[in-house]
Write a protein that binds this ligand. Structure first.
Ligand code: GLU
Ligand code: MG
Length: 436
């Protein structure tokens, strides 16, 4: 059959769906300059493909302009069409960043962090997901037997990630039944969020070609949740690590202490931007190894902010390894917005000379609200609506984003939750599992 190469220019939108338009690969040069036409109302298409009520209606035109630095072309050499897409920015017709483009929002925040504090973010996303092949298999957490059964999937995934320009780090059968995890090496700034999108798309691309179903939804069934853990450190303009201080509180240097202090402080209000769906809040409960409080702790996998361990072996310097993991995140939120809001909260912490957070110890779910208040910790919002209410109320947080961004985000989420009315828990889980 005759065929011609198509490139998709795509963006991860407010629903964290990757959507865009295709053009002939032969038109690449022109499309990189002019992009393709895009529509404001697309930002109101929910993960269930309904359109939320919002300010745009049928009016307006935009451009989705591909970024050559974020091009992926992976040929699987199995007779299937290559995966060929470019991540892009949504701009107005005169080329200015559009206020509701998550990728442009992140670029502005990162520029502010660099100009105000001389800092960049170095980030690795740890992705957990659920995947099944046709036959149901007995499961052994982290088991070599499970690895053997999914070896073809894992090997093809690693090759696809490498061919897409990423550096695979780990692939494993995780603790939960049919649960997997994949990580790639950390990268800096915008590229880290781009890679977050690319990793998920490669997992989906390989799953399709190896006859597997896959979902990154935080809660797919009765079993273990799928987290997205965001490992963050600060580096300077030249990429030199600047988070660690051997004598600092929890080994944080003063600026990193303020940065993570800011995130901890604003965590309840910003949570809806890092865990954005109804099912997110089934995962964010005590004893699920996720995060249920706005706490910071050392080596504790139930902390929202976990100071990760430093390996003392030869050739491993503490400065280069030291980082903090944000665990109150999942794949129903947009990674550009996740990094944008964490960087904004961190920058606010630096501006306000926020003290380094005091690490908590023990099981916080055993404490009363008064006892929690004494250690300056609160339970995180326990459902999406409460998280959205807090987001809407935080005046400062609105100022971290352009124009009416927060209102449009809230309108989008109102459309998503309206669609779910009258659905029971099993339906909710199934719908989100299909969407993500
Ligand atoms: N599955 C857990 C979560 O929902 C995380 C397990 C782990 O620490 O890797 O975040
Ligand atoms: Mg894990």
């Amino acid at each position: 059959m005759i065929s011609e190469d198509i490139i998709m220019v795509v963006c991860a939108d407010l629903a964290n769906q990757v959507r865009g338009k295709g053009f002939p690969a032969s038109e690449r040069e022109t499309r990189v300059l002019r992009g393709v036409g895009w529509v404001p109302t697309n930002s109101l298409i929910t993960c269930f493909n309904t359109i939320a009520d919002g300010p745009f209606g049928p009016l307006g035109d935009l451009l989705l302009i591909p970024d050559e630095r974020a091009e992926v072309r992976v040929a699987f050499d199995d007779g299937s069409a290559p995966e060929h897409f470019m991540l892009g920015d949504i701009r107005t017709l005169d080329g200015a960043p559009w206020n509701f483009c998550p990728r442009s929002i992140l670029q502005t925040v990162l520029a502010d962090l660099l100009s105000e504090a001389g800092l960049q973010l170095k980030v690795a996303f740890e992705h957990e997901f659920w995947s099944v092949a046709d036959e149901a298999v007995p499961w052994s957490s982290f088991g070599l037997g499970n690895f053997r059964r999914c070896a073809e999937f894992g090997r093809t995934l690693l090759a696809a990630l490498r061919s897409a320009g990423l550096t695979p780090d780990t692939f494993l059968p995780e603790y939960g039944q049919d649960q997997y995890e994949v990580t790639v090496a950390p990268s800096t700034g915008l590229r880290a969020a781009d890679e977050c999108v690319i990793v998920r798309e490669m997992v989906r691309a390989v799953a399709k070609r190896t006859g597997r179903k896959v979902s990154f939804s935080p809660v797919v069934n009765e079993g273990t949740g799928n987290g997205l853990h965001i490992h963050i450190s600060l580096v300077d303009r030249d990429g030199v690590p600047c988070t660690y201080d051997a004598n600092g509180p929890s080994h944080l240097n003063p600026v990193a202490g303020s940065f993570f202090g800011g995130i901890r402080k604003y965590l309840p209000s910003l949570l809806a931007l890092t865990a954005s769906s109804v099912v997110s809040y089934e995962r964010l409960q005590p004893h699920r190894w996720s995060a249920a409080f706005n706490n910071f702790a050392e080596n504790d996998r139930e902390a929202a902010l976990r100071v990760c361990p430093v390996i003392g072996l030869e050739g491993c310097t503490a400065e280069a390894q030291f980082h903090v993991e944000y665990r109150a995140a999942d794949a129903t939120a947009n990674p550009y917005l996740q990094l944008a809001v964490l960087a904004r909260a961190g920058l606010q912490g630096i501006r306000d000379h926020e003290p380094a957070p005091t690490p908590t110890t023990g099981d916080l779910s055993l404490l009363t609200n008064d006892q929690l208040a004494k250690i300056g910790v609160v339970r995180l919002p326990s459902d999406l609506q409460s998280a959205l209410d807090l987001l809407g109320k935080e005046r400062l947080l609105r100022l971290w984003f352009p124009g009416e961004f927060i209102d449009v985000f809230l309108a989008h989420k109102a459309g998503e939750t309206a669609f779910l009315q009258d659905k029971d828990t099993a339906d909710l889980r199934r719908l989100y599992a299909e969407a993500y």
